[in-house]
Write a protein that binds this ligand. Structure first.
Ligand code: RIB
Ligand code: CA
Length: 317
């Protein structure tokens, strides 16, 4: 068996973050060394409690440390997604799954990210599932260490310009466009997993329900069912789809099996000015070196293989 990849996950749970974290924490292919928390879908405090909740539900022998990070974006305004994820960030189910014993560390997430980058260097993969505030802040403090990691897989942006937070901006980039622009143009080894591919990574509800029945572990099975229900409901009501886009789980899967995605090396920029295009991702294939470094932009996904990987890991007995 190949050695598992050390990863640090930066997250803002978030219903799809829940599914992404369970995928990472149940996968033998990745070794989750730390989880850092960023405000995004809901407040930092609620996102932090949701990470602890997921770890308690999974009842791991040695859960990874959890480090709270930035509460506000690099530049205002603060944008949340409670209309998607509920006021508690996980569809209102937090009341049924209280955090009983785990606690977050007192070290700031930015410090934890820099420490991991300095220690693990090219062995480290950072997976960013929320606004890039923590990552950009770590970059500002120690750019050489951050440029020296193996990979930064980012769920965010939209190479074809279609948005979900606004007509032209994806939520994570819209929440903190200054952080997104800094990271996209930093020279870090970025793999951008945006709506262009995540909106093709649809999990059919019927298939999920069938696979979930195979999960024997409690309270994991009940927790997954409770979190998935409001997410499927939102997708059906707002997108008319009898399935949900697995935005964050696809970013984790890209770290587990990079071959799931096809990518192009493109110049990338992000609109930071207030207005209709705030947070929009701009890509240019040709470009000139002065446009800044190129990043890997995901352009296609092997959806059947991804869904098999996701269900085979998350819903394993
Ligand atoms: O646009 C989707 C992204 O925004 C996901 O990370 C979701 O959790 C929200 O944060
Ligand atoms: Ca997220």
């Amino acid at each position: 068996m190949t050695q598992s990849t050390p990863v640090l996950i930066d997250t803002d749970p978030g219903l799809d973050d829940v599914l992404a974290l369970v995928l990472a924490l149940r996968s033998p292919a990745v070794d989750v060394r730390a989880i850092t928390v960023v405000a995004g879908n809901v407040s930092l405090a609620r996102c932090t409690q949701n990470v602890l909740r997921i770890l308690e539900v999974l009842d791991l022998d040695s859960p990874p440390p959890v480090f709270p990070g930035c509460e506000k974006p690099l530049s205002p305004p603060v944008v949340r997604a409670e209309h998607v994820h509920g006021s508690d960030g996980i569809g209102g189910v937090s009341k049924d799954f209280p955090v009983r014993h785990l606690q977050a560390r007192s070290t700031h997430a930015v410090t934890a990210i820099i420490d991991a980058a300095r220690r693990l260097k090219r062995r480290l993969t950072v997976i960013a599932l929320g606004p890039l505030t923590n990552v950009a802040s770590a970059l500002a403090q120690d750019a050489p260490a951050m440029r020296g990691i193996g990979r930064l897989v980012v769920m965010g942006g939209s190479a074809d310009g279609r948005g979900n937070a606004t007509p032209s901006a994806e939520f994570n980039f819209f929440s903190d466009p200054s952080a997104a622009r800094a990271v996209m143009r930093s020279g870090m080894p970025v793999v951008e997993v945006g709506l262009t591919v995540t909106q093709k990574a649809i999990l059919p509800k019927a298939r999920f329900d069938r696979q979930l029945a195979l999960v024997t572990r409690e309270p994991l099975r009940s927790f997954l069912a409770a979190c998935a229900e409001p997410y499927f409901e939102f997708c059906l009501k707002h997108e008319g789809a009898d399935g949900c886009a697995l935005h964050d789980p696809l970013a984790v899967a890209a770290a587990i099996e990079p071959g799931l995605l096809s990518t192009d090396r493109l110049h990338c920029d992000v609109v930071t000015a207030q207005g209709l295009t705030r947070g929009r991702m701009l890509v240019e294939a040709g470009g000139r070196d002065r446009d800044g470094p190129r990043i890997q932009v995901a352009t296609a996904v092997d959806t059947p293989r991804f869904i098999d990987l996701f269900l085979g890991t998350v819903c394993s007995p």
